[in-house]
Design a protein around this ligand. Structure first.
Ligand code: C2O
Ligand code: CU
Ligand code: CU
Length: 531
């Protein structure tokens, strides 16, 4: 916290003064040799909230013994509602940003890392220059100033670096946080709020020597997950890149063995899967059904009760969890249930995955009821009216735009292509103001098959249809496609059709697999929205 106070506005300006500050106002980007002048966006209203956000190396006590070197976000409110930044104590996770629909927000990002970096606001609908496209990454010591209107509906979004080729490592080192948007519609529902509204961020980590985080090809003793029988050096790194990184243990909100103390009342649990590649199949340990009230893009129309729910990297679900009938001392466990290992094909079958393989069962976090609370909360049976998006109103009704998830030479791609920073192909151009049907096809190849959580910047979509050429149980039947989505899991053998509106901003936006190693290795492309 001391650090947050230290980096006040004056300090930020002082640091920024020596460097280039990228000032991006109203969708244009210009190079300003001086510090960020307060009146940066002449054409728009003054921001309601100004936040200083810094990414820097640090140390934290994650395990007994030596502290762990991490990278983390710290933030402070320079102007506006002080509750816009809520620290996430006790781990490495970045603070939770709480914004409101309709606010104009300015975020002064200062990159104090030894790497280039840029921050992406996952799920928010923003102009290109505000969206954190990797092409806007700033070098160490420099700043990037975001200024945008929050136009999304209420929901659980998040923020993380999007630096091409090293996003996986940067998030892994600790750079991620939740970004919650509230609006009036949601406010009127009187859902659990304040202390009863908990961000819960799921990740997995592996530790090497001296309690230090181990990532691909830095496994310390060479015994890290993912080595399998293909173990050793470059090959191991390549395999991890192909499969995605899996950590040996679960960290929740940047902490090991997370326990949330609660009162005996209703809570809103906002679950985010910010793991590099791990998929969770979540269920209460005692078999109580989950009550799901929101997904990626905010509230569902009505609560969904499910025995279990699949949560892939990048996805969010909000649960309504009523502990009012629990006695003090009660302990509840959130589990990830076993599911079939989905690594398929010739290579998939050869790989084993270390200490906590994909599909293994484990405890994710615990809830401990530690105080009484008489208050009771009603969950309304009708939560929200989602925007009506009709398939007939899309410009390509009947012939979805095809995106094949492909495997090249040890490298995933989309339609046989990999990421090209500024490039866009003819079949990746959409028209501003239209809606389209897109279809992701994960046709299992003979070589290698894997699930891919596909994510679009710049749009919240509806999932129209999911078909499969292979019979699957478990993971598949627990996928929740309801509500507005920005990330959708496509299992091997599946085709998923979605309806995406491109309504507000022209520009170049990434779409990619949210297995971070896949995105970093190029399973990412741009699409261009043109007027
Ligand atoms: Cu959460 Cu392009 O990413
Ligand atoms: Cu995103
Ligand atoms: Cu992938």
């Amino acid at each position: 916290m001391a650090q947050q106070r230290l980096i006040g506005r004056r300090e930020f300006l002082r640091r920024a003064a020596g460097a280039t500050v990228w000032l991006a106002g109203a969708g244009t980007l210009f190079d300003s040799p001086a510090a960020a002048a307060p009146a940066a966006s002449p054409r728009s209203a003054a921001p309601d909230v100004v936040v200083a956000l810094t990414a820097s190396p640090g140390e934290t006590q994650l395990l007994p013994g030596k502290p762990t070197a991490v990278w983390r976000f710290t933030a402070s409110v320079l102007k506006g509602d002080g509750a816009s930044v809520q620290p996430s104590p006790g781990g490495y996770l970045g603070p939770t940003l709480r914004l409101k629909k309709g606010q104009r927000v300015r975020i002064e990002f200062s990159n104090q890392l030894p790497d280039p970096a840029i921050v992406h606001w996952h799920g928010l609908h923003l102009p290109e220059a505000m969206d954190g496209h990797p092409r806007y990454a700033v070098p160490p010591g420099q700043a990037y100033v975001y200024e945008f209107d929050v136009i999304n509906r209420a929901g659980s979004y998040w923020y993380h670096p999007h630096t091409h080729g090293i996003t996986g490592r940067q998030i892994y080192m600790g750079l991620a946080g939740m970004l919650l948007v509230g609006d009036e519609e949601e406010q009127d529902l009187r859902l659990p709020r304040g202390e009863s509204d908990l961000p819960i961020v799921l990740q997995d980590r592996t530790f090497g020597r001296d309690n230090q985080l181990a990532y691909i090809s830095e496994g310390g003793d060479g015994d890290r997950a993912g080595s399998g029988m293909m173990g050793g050096g470059g090959m191991m790194g390549m395999m991890s890149e192909m499969m995605g990184f899996l950590g040996d243990e679960i960290f929740v909100n940047g902490r090991r063995n997370a326990v949330f103390p609660v009162a005996s009342r209703a809570y809103r649990l906002r679950l985010l899967n910010a793991s590099n590649s791990r998929i969770y199949r979540l269920a209460w340990g005692d078999g109580t059904p989950l009550t799901i009230i929101a997904s990626d893009g905010g509230l569902l129309e009505r609560p969904e009760r499910r025995a279990a729910v699949t949560l892939a990297p990048g996805e969010r679900i909000d649960l309504f969890a009523d502990f009012s009938d629990k006695s003090v001392g009660a302990m509840l466990v959130m589990r990830s249930l076993v599911f079939e290992n989905l690594m398929g094909g010739m290579m998939g079958g050869m790989m084993q995955q270390g200490n906590l393989p994909s599909g293994a069962a484990f405890d994710v976090f615990r809830i401990r009821v530690d105080r009484r609370d008489g208050s009771s909360a009603q969950l309304p049976e009708r939560l929200s009216a989602l925007p009506r998006l009709k398939e007939e109103e899309t410009v390509n009704f009947g012939s979805p735009r095809p995106f094949r998830l492909t495997m090249g030479i040890m490298r995933w791609g989309i339609n046989g292509r990999t990421f090209d920073m500024d490039g866009v192909a003819d079949d990746e151009i959409v028209k501003l103001g239209t809606s389209e049907v897109w279809e992701f096809a994960n046709d299992a190849s003979r070589m290698m098959a894997m699930p891919h959580p596909m994510h679009l910047h710049g749009a919240q979509f509806r999932v129209l249809d999911r078909t499969s050429s292979v019979r699957r149980t478990g993971l598949r039947e627990n996928i929740l496609d309801a509500g507005l989505k920005d990330t959708v899991l496509v299992l091997p053998g599946e085709r998923v059709k979605l309806l995406a509106p491109f309504s507000r901003y022209a520009g170049l936006f990434p779409y990619h697999c949210h297995v971070l190693e896949h995105g970093d290795a190029g399973m990412m492309r741009n699409y261009s929205v043109r007027a």
